[in-house]
Design a protein around this ligand. Sequence first.
Ligand SMILES: Nc1ncnc2c1ncn2[C@@H]1O[C@H](COP(=O)(O)OP(=O)(O)O)[C@@H](O)[C@H]1O
Ligand SMILES: [Mg+2]
Length: 306
Amino acid sequence: MAEPAMQLKNLKKTIKKKPIIKGLNFDIYPGEVFGFLGPNGAGKTTTIRMMAGLMKMTEGDVIIQGKSVKKDFKDAIRHVGGIVENPEMYPFMSGWKNLLHYSRMMPGISKERMEEVVALVGLEKRIKEKVSKYSLGMRQRLGIAQALLHNPSILILDEPTNGLDPAGIREVRRYIRQLAEHQGVAVIVSSHILSEMEMMCDRIGIIKNGELITIQTVKDTVQQTDRNELHLEVDETEKVKGYLKEWGNEDVKTENGYLIISVTREQIPVVIRQLVEKGVNIYGANVHHSTLEDKFLDLIGEGAIE
Ligand SMILES: Nc1ncnc2c1ncn2[C@@H]1O[C@H](COP(=O)(O)OP(=O)(O)O)[C@@H](O)[C@H]1O
Ligand SMILES: [Mg+2]
């Protein structure tokens, strides 16, 4: 595996004697979109501010491309681009003028680089228009373009889809995925909305009360390779149980008149076909599987996420 782009080492923050972040340890890799998911007040923004060098750590360290933020601040932070608070854009200026304004505050940003970031977020056609004419999604993309100007290998976005309509969310999601997949950027996004994170991220770290509860790989949980419960309504349940046993399916229960069989997704059509071939009348068939959402709710508690 590649070297991590960013490492959190026992990262802690205490504000007015109150522990807010209680020792975070995890690594983020180049080319991945890492989601930081948790209910409001969980500590996402506080963590992100420390990752981006905007807030002092109380304890621990953040290592960026091998450099310690504590000991080597400038060398570490130069790899990071981010939008933590709402990006300040001047609505009366064009997108291009806004970028120019920012690039003047940073050394060595060429016009070519500006054109490159505009293309990266797909704003070529509208960049000469005033920002006041932009949709919220376009403004968000301009913010991302600005954050990318100095060619960071890590991009940090705190709740980037907040306030966007579904089309805007799709837009931002597409550019975030593209940056990770085609530019190898490590993208860290935070959100309190699970469904969004599932669509955008490769891995999701769940934070609650300043502690990391788990890190889940999205692909693993979405591919339902785990067991499903097949609920079947049939007559002659005992006879059907016998068939299932014969076919090697020992794990059969009866509940409220339903037969409940534990199967993989691939086995579902096979079992149904075999039963039909045996002349069994099937009045109903339902599949229950533990979704990512169930897992999250188990982990962080009902009502904690929208
Ligand atoms: N400057 C501050 N002073 C006191 N408490 C703070 C401060 N900033 C954040 N907190 C507290 O820290 C916790 C985490 O906040 P935050 O990082 O903003 O969470 P999130 O971004 O996940 O919603 C909250 O309980 C919040 O009230
Ligand atoms: Mg926040």
